[in-house]
Design a protein around this ligand. Structure first.
Ligand SMILES: C[S@@+](CC[C@H](N)C(=O)[O-])C[C@H]1O[C@@H](n2cnc3c(N)ncnc32)[C@H](O)[C@@H]1O
Length: 335
């Protein structure tokens, strides 16, 4: 698809979206701390990409009759968008649904995000282009450098329990990778307890945490630097588990992230987002009584639609999970 010109005009003429000339200076990392200028840069550069990406991917998904018919039969389609930012993912989806199902259908959209600068234009765009949508925005602040996955889970569950809804679609677009790519945690280990790097290494290996060592300057301590993705491991699995609870029958869970390296500080042993996704899907499938019927493996691919290098297309490789929940009858068969 070509990004709709009327939305493009609205972004730049009414909402003061910005485009960075030196795009290499604009790094999408720690967006939960983005100020208003960086949020407007995101709006100008990345809103159209996510919008078109969701439109195209869900166009393919809707080719499955069971899914298309199930959505068509609903009077109201309920969408949850985690790490929604300006709403680009949900908006791309709503644009497709408007084309596919007509203008009569109603939508209830629940958006969750931690940065008010990133969500500043969410209401304006939704009201202007998607009048059949009722929108609720909740703030979830999670600091991946100080908190761990249990805090994240507790905060998310608190919001979702209050919302008290099941969703037809859960979108988690370019959010979880940021939980994994934050600063590294530092810890001090007493030298009396761990009197050599080897004993620290052995100890940490026992807990499965790879570490980097820096001898502290007063020489009494070893400073142990641990990549935060180790603390926050399980974020993808958590999304899959949440879908067990909050996804309606025949629902769709969609997770997408840029396939970046998560331990970019240490170049020795690169770990990429799609590896974490794959590992956590495996854990989920092994341990949870899953309602998810079909999991499309995370891939390392470009979503190759004929855009060349336009603003409508991400040039980075992306990693995806798409999952469909079983219908009631299929669930019963499995019991
Ligand atoms: C890269 S943007 C993605 C926006 C949109 N979903 C998309 O696909 O383009 C990531 C969003 O997640 C939110 N986010 C990232 N890390 C977060 C955190 N630790 N706590 C709360 N929100 C966070 C940011 O505020 C931002 O709006």
């Amino acid at each position: 698809m070509k990004f709709p010109a009327e939305i493009d005009d609205f972004l730049f003429d009414d909402l003061n979206a910005l485009m960075s000339v030196k795009s290499t200076n604009y790094i999408v990392r720690k967006t939960y701390l983005f100020n208003d200028v960086r949020a407007k840069l995101y709006l100008g550069k990345y809103y159209p990409r996510t919008f078109c990406e969701l439109y195209e991917i869900f166009k393919l998904i809707l080719k499955q009759d069971e899914i298309a018919n199930s959505l068509r039969s609903k009077e109201i389609i309920k969408i949850l968008d985690l790490g929604c930012g300006p709403g680009c993912a949900t908006h791309g989806l709503l644009w497709l649904f408007k084309e596919t199902f007509g203008c009569e259908k109603k939508y209830e959209v629940y958006c969750i995000d931690g940065n008010e600068n990133m969500t500043a234009d969410l209401h304006a765009i939704t009201e202007r282009f998607f009048p059949n949508t009722s929108l609720r925005l909740e703030k979830l602040e999670f600091d991946p450098t100080k908190e761990n996955i249990d805090n994240f889970k507790a905060k998310l569950e608190k919001i979702l329990t209050e919302v008290d809804e099941k969703f037809d679609i859960i979108i988690v677009s370019k959010f979880i990778n940021e939980v994994y790519t934050e600063d590294w945690h530092e810890r001090l280990y007493s030298k009396t307890k761990y009197n050599s790097e080897k004993s620290i290494a052995d100890n940490n290996r026992n807990f499965g945490i790879p570490t980097t060592f820096i001898k502290d300057k007063d020489d009494d301590f070893y400073k142990i630097v641990v990549p935060s993705y180790q603390y926050n491991k399980g974020a993808y699995k958590l999304m899959l588990e949440l879908s067990n609870k909050y996804l309606d029958k025949c629902g769709i869970l969609y997770i997408s992230d840029p396939n970046i390296c998560v331990n970019w500080v240490n170049n020795d042993n690169d770990i990429y987002i799609n590896e974490l996704m794959k590992e956590e899907i495996q854990e989920y499938l092994n341990h949870v009584d899953t309602i998810l019927q079909l999991l499309i493996e995370p891939t390392n691919r470009c979503f190759d639609i004929a855009y060349e290098n336009s603003r409508e297309r991400f040039t980075k490789h992306e990693a995806f999970i798409s999952a469909f929940s079983t219908s009631d009858s299929e669930r019963r068969k499995g019991e």
